[in-house]
Design a protein around this ligand. Structure first.
Ligand SMILES: [Zn+2]
Length: 631
């Protein structure tokens, strides 16, 4: 279902057909600039945000003030419109810098289920600065608050944000659109025993004292605003890179991610200097719903990629790649998200190739492509195009699919093959340089391509081929598929075993990396016999595996095949881990039978308190749908 071995920020789960692209609503949306935001950046834009916040773990609340520096584009404008979700606004004041701040009138519209509440502030004098006092709800969709019991160390509470796509508005009132960029600073107070970090050059030497200051000097879009707090310690990897994690995880994480500085070097060689200062990683508790999130200077990462052999560190390559594609050059709205994720998946492959070789990159591509081809079978044609239709009535999280990641990167590989790296690499670097710290649309990229790449070899790509990638459903028939030698070995071993019941020798399998085990299991077909499952389990200990990529494939196969011995460990896995990509396939298999559904309900009841709101919603939807079809 989701990108297999590769990391990706959002790890889409395919939307059910009923939620797929609808034609744009007849009524004119209030959201004209970016369908996912009420903001009106053609009238006024936030240039800088200064936060003064207090974290309250008991109330599960962030409270304080946000001060905005405004650039009024339209000299006749009289309102500032911001996005909010479940926020309580306490006051709004204008600050012209001359005398006492003046209170302003404001109105909070009724909440839209997808887009939240539009906050309209009357600002007839067009003040240069404006301050909002507010607090969050304990249910804020962009925050997760974890009791100590849900952490590794079990001593201190933990909290973290996940702002992409449109959840920043649940913890700060904002122009919550990727088309607006602002610099930010923050002063955050908390209980003194937790460390607070933000996506803003957190200081590895900072003293843990409950009083923290941050500054992000580069303009960022709202979805890259991030905060986390907990029992966090720092382990350096290089002068500009390191790992933050709970004490029990820190050494393991630093070892697993020890190649990070080499990755930065490989990316810089291809696409120019890393522009963000530090590149640190924060290892979150297992409840983090995604693989990673590319928060600038501080990637948030799932602990499930720490498997001991670095075989899943392409997640780091992916999040690091976002420092160019996404964070430096940003999709202007969420329908352009392939500009973030397709480019990043492509760059991730190049970094992986530079560090771990062509074969590793090819294996990851082969898994990704197979998953995508399976996924598009259930998708509406409009959603299979790179250029998505306007997301007028849709949650951008639901519209996101592997098309953005895998088809997007496949398109760039196609261009690379047609033009050659000596032409394509400088072209891509030029795209990043020429649009640095800007937001861009698909049309802008196509124009740039026509001006700067196509003329280099006028017959290399036909207009119909471009159209097939950008606007047509499916994968073009002329696209060349990834094919790795490492998987041929696995295929041979699997076929031999299913014919003769003779497993490959330890000498062969001891060399296998996660991707090869994934391929071994993926090719097993719908069901295996009890004897076959027992034999595999005895040889490879799949039941109880600490490797989530293997677990997410083994347990569904075992459940489908009626291998009940695997159920207790499958249950423990979905109770312990909250990363959607890894656990949803297991739930999906369980809910197909009445006994499985009952087991899934039970597991969910136990796991729920530790799940992130995003994971909870996904599992609830699956259980509700299973109930409905059981009736
Ligand atoms: Zn990503």
């Amino acid at each position: 279902m989701a990108v297999a071995a590769a990391g990706c920020s959002k790890e889409p789960t395919p939307a059910p057909q009923s939620q797929a692209a609808k034609p744009a609503a007849a009524k004119a949306p209030a959201r004209s600039h970016d369908e996912s935001s009420y903001a009106e950046p053609d009238k006024v834009v936030v240039k800088d945000l200064a936060l003064d916040l207090r974290l309250d773990f008991d109330k599960k609340e962030i409270a304080g003030t946000a001060t905005y520096t405004l650039d009024w584009k339209d000299k006749a404008a009289t309102q500032l419109v911001l996005d909010t979700r479940d926020l309580t606004i306490e006051s709004v004041q204008a600050d012209d810098g001359n005398g006492a701040p003046a209170p302003l009138q404001y109105a909070l519209a009724p909440s839209d289920k997808v887009f939240g509440s539009k906050l309209t502030i009357e600002a007839p004098t067009r003040p240069a600065r404006l301050r909002i006092a507010y607090h969050t709800a304990p249910t804020a969709s962009g925050l997760q608050w974890l009791d100590p019991a849900m952490t590794e160390g079990k001593q201190l509470p933990f909290m973290f944000s996940q702002s992409q796509a449109i959840h920043a508005r649940s913890w700060v009132p904002l122009q919550d659109t990727p088309s607006v960029r602002f610099t930010y600073s923050a002063h955050v107070v908390s209980r003194p025993d937790v460390m607070v970090l933000m996506s803003a050059n957190s200081d590895p030497q900072a003293e843990r004292d409950g009083d923290y200051s941050f500054s992000m000097e580069h303009p960022i879009p709202s979805y890259l605003l991030a905060i986390a707090a907990g029992d966090l310690v720092f382990k350096p990897i290089s002068a500009r890179s390191g790992v933050w994690a709970e004490p029990a995880m820190a050494d393991k994480a630093a070892k697993e991610f020890e190649d990070t500085e080499k990755m930065i070097g490989a990316a810089e060689q291809l696409y120019g200097p890393y522009r963000w200062g530090r590149y640190d990683m924060l290892v979150l508790p297992p409840s983090f719903p995604f693989g990673g999130m590319e928060n600038p200077t501080l990637t948030f990462a799932t602990p499930t990629v720490i498997v001991g052999d670095k075989s899943l560190v392409s997640l780091v390559a992916h999040e690091l790649a976002h420092s160019w594609s996404g964070n430096l050059v940003t999709n202007a709205s969420w329908k352009d998200i392939w500009l973030n994720e397709g480019f990043t998946t492509y760059v991730q492959g190049r970094i992986t190739e530079a560090l771990y070789g062509q074969e590793m990159a090819e294996m990851e591509r082969e898994i990704d492509q197979a998953d995508l081809l399976a996924e598009v079978k259930d998708m509406s044609p409009a959603d299979q195009a790179l250029a998505l239709p306007p997301l007028t009535e849709r949650d951008p999280d639901e519209a996101l699919s592997n098309v953005a990641y895998v088809k997007g990167s496949w398109f760039l590989q196609f261009l690379e093959q047609r033009f050659g790296r000596e032409v394509f690499d400088p072209f891509l670097r030029g795209w990043f340089d020429d649009h640095a710290f800007q937001s861009a649309t698909t049309d802008q990229f196509v124009d740039y391509l026509k001006k700067n790449l196509l003329p280099k070899a006028p017959n290399a790509v036909a207009p119909a081929e471009l159209d097939a990638w950008l606007n047509q459903p499916g994968i073009p028939a002329f696209a060349s598929k990834a094919r790795s030698r490492g998987f041929s070995i696995v295929d041979t071993a699997r076929i031999a075993w299913s014919g003769s019941a003779k497993l490959p020798s330890n000498q062969v399998t001891s060399e296998w990396v996660t991707q090869q085990w994934v391929h071994f299991l993926s090719g097993m077909g719908a069901r295996l016999s009890q004897d076959q499952l027992k034999q595999l389990d005895a040889a490879y200990h799949f039941t109880g595996t600490p490797n989530g990529e293997i677990a997410m494939r083994w347990y569904p196969l075992a459940i489908r095949s009626g291998y009940t011995e695997a159920w207790p460990e499958a249950g423990r896995f979905i109770e312990r881990v909250g990363r959607r990509k890894l656990i949803l396939p297991i739930y999906a298999e369980l809910v197909k039978t009445p006994e499985g559904l009952a087991f899934a309900r039970d597991a969910f009841a136990k796991a729920r308190a530790g799940y992130h709101p995003i994971t909870t919603v996904s599992v609830e939807e699956m259980l509700a749908k299973a109930d409905k079809s059981a009736q």
